[in-house]
Design a protein around this ligand. Sequence first.
Ligand SMILES: Cc1cc2nc3c(=O)[nH]c(=O)nc-3n(C[C@H](O)[C@H](O)[C@H](O)COP(=O)(O)O)c2cc1C
Length: 338
Amino acid sequence: MLTPAETATVIAMAARAPSLHNTQPWQFRVSGDVIELRADPGRMLRHLDTHGRELMISCGAALFGLRLGYRSLGLLPVTELLPDPAQPWLAGRVWPGGHAAMNKAEAELVAAVPHRHTHRGPFAPGEVATRLLAALADDAAAEGAEFLLVDQADAEAGTAQATLADQLVRLVDAAAAQQRADPDIVAEVRRWVRPPGSRARDGVPAWAIGQQPDEPVPASAGRPLWLPQRDFGQQGGDAPGGVAPSATAVLSTAQDAPADWLRAGQALHRLLLRAATRWVFARLQSQPTESPRHRQDVRDLLGLSGHLQLLLQFGRSNTAPATPRRPQLELMTGEWLA
Ligand SMILES: Cc1cc2nc3c(=O)[nH]c(=O)nc-3n(C[C@H](O)[C@H](O)[C@H](O)COP(=O)(O)O)c2cc1C
């Protein structure tokens, strides 16, 4: 039986997960050693995320946090995804199936939880090690997803990398333009952006959108690929300058059902934490995944056999600004509260 302090530790780790627009669309119910994670459809972006795919990716990320939380206590988690077909919002159930001390790699992941963050500005100088990128691919595979570096994509024969990069940028731009022209989507995004000085514990703070470079540095040599960032309806949110991302990747899954979205989310949180152990962080870009046409276009361009879930760009950073999180009591349901 987990003590209240242990339960709080596990849930705090889950609650630091990344989520679409920092909606934190999750609720936890504790019953003995078992913790249930329920998606909160009230926090779903109904116009942007019509099928709840990104809602479930976010919940998958929190599920990985729950599992890591159990590991931090020396417990081996057993996880059941979507345990009750009659309750589609019940994303998963986790309970301890035995004891084992954390290994060094797990301890590093736990230590990275507080400084893992979504990076929106330019990066600090320094390459991302090839070995680390290979480890991120292993993490995704271990969670049932696929992590593919764009420069390794099996693009249509004859498509040069530079052309591929240009086409990818154009697709992201087209997806963003389509969203800017949809008043429902614009209004929905606006609801989740928090103005300077806001005390809200959810949503994307204005400061996180217009992040400044770590330090003024010249643009890196070669032909850097900057995928345009989501501007969250703000002016001038993306002003590339400084060091470009070192690597661009896509996260995909073999199928495209809610269980796959949960797998993608678990993979996402795991690999983002792995990267953060080396002070490598990601810019996330999901706009092209939010319209069926652009999603298919990216899939075709990169020759993906699976279903696109997210685009990521990695680089180094020496800073780790933390976005707010909802208070834990607000996340709990059930008799544990009594
Ligand atoms: C499914 C998903 C899609 C996301 N899409 C974007 C995106 O398009 N642009 C962006 O800047 N951040 C994106 N994010 C990052 C979230 O905005 C971020 O996780 C949230 O604001 C919490 O901040 P943190 O990751 O720094 O803790 C996405 C996150 C998830 C889980």
